[in-house]
Design a protein around this ligand. Structure first.
Ligand code: AMP
Length: 302
């Protein structure tokens, strides 16, 4: 089943203890689409500027990603710069230039409107809602990601958008910030009152946790000896998670658990190299092999 995503397509400048890149293709919707396309067809909604490299467009087209919803506008692409701490666990944002996203008015191509799986990747909550409202009928599953930037600047808009989604997928500090609760289970209870019935908390090197009416399910992060760049790991997690669910066409408890594993698998590949580098050489059998590795990693007898 096809999967719709709206979010940033950007150029990033990244500094980590392992190196530095001045300008590389990034953006939440880019990482999401590239990862989800290993599992299913993806409909991408975003805007780019005149500086968008045709080679980057060709890379997206070569995959199972429809770019008819990728608008070109006057101006420059979204630009983000960030620096990671020595242990890669903390990051400071050095700049966020919305550029063409500041005036973006998403229009969904007709063929996108039937999408049953929708992911509202990290972008202004008003744009996320706009896109969701253009989808015909209620999607089978709508999930949303956001970040401190939007929680602080557009809180009322975010609360409005949250009413319309099934899953909120954010990192642990954002969960605490949004709910004003330090404990993640209490935070989940708070978030369920805002709209979503499922919370997925991405916890970096500590893995991810899903909370819903069935209870709690946790996956570890894949242990890596030399992670290089965590940029996009959360979006890659979301791409693996939603891509897998759309490919099986089910949101049963068992499939949600498998989706958590595929999310963690995709996040782990992304952090192995800078930017999208590892994802661009990745092959499907490697994904399944790592998923099997996860099963071993977490197996025990009582
Ligand atoms: P993550 O590491 O999963 O938080 O995602 C990093 C990606 O998000 C980068 O490639 C950035 O281009 C993009 N990004 C950073 N800040 C924002 C923002 N405020 N809105 C949308 N996308 C952003």
């Amino acid at each position: 089943m096809s999967l719709l995503v709206v979010g940033s397509v950007a150029y990033d400048a990244i500094e980590s203890p392992y190196g530095k890149v001045e300008r590389t293709l990034g953006g939440a919707a880019t990482y999401f689409s590239v990862c989800a396309a290993f599992f299913t067809h993806v409909n991408l909604v975003a805007v780019v500027g005149h500086d968008f490299d045709p080679k980057d467009e060709a890379m997206l087209r070569k995959r199972s990603i429809d770019v008819d919803g990728l608008e070109r506008a006057d101006g420059k692409c979204f630009f983000w710069a960030g620096r990671y701490s020595e242990n890669l666990n903390e990051r400071v944002t050095l700049s966020t230039d919305l550029n063409v996203f500041a005036e973006f008015n998403p229009r969904l191509p007709d063929k996108y409107r039937k999408s049953k799986y929708v992911f509202l990747a990290n972008i202004a909550p008003g744009l996320q809602r706009d896109v969701l409202h253009q989808v015909k009928g209620r999607p089978k599953l709508a999930a949303l990601d956001t970040m401190n930037y939007w929680i602080e600047r557009t809180n009322a808009d975010l609360l409005e958008t949250l009413k319309c989604v099934d899953i909120l997928m954010i990192n642990d500090s954002e969960t605490r910030q949004l709910s004003n609760e330090n404990n993640l289970l209490r935070a989940a209870r708070h978030i369920f009152k805002l709209g979503p019935s499922t919370l997925v908390v991405k916890r970096g090197e500590y893995g991810a946790m899903l909370v819903d009416k069935h209870g709690v399910f946790c996956v570890p992060a894949f242990p890596l000896e030399e992670p290089h760049d965590p940029t996009g790991a959360g979006d890659s997690f979301a791409g693996g998670f939603m891509g897998y669910l759309a490919s099986v066409g089910s949101t049963s408890d068992a499939e949600l658990r498998r989706a958590m594993v595929y999310g963690s698998v995709m996040g782990s590949f992304t952090v192995e190299r800078f930017g999208l580098d590892r994802l661009l050489t990745l092959k499907k059998p490697e994904i399944h092999a790592r998923a099997r590795h996860f099963a071993k990693l977490t197996q025990f007898k009582l």
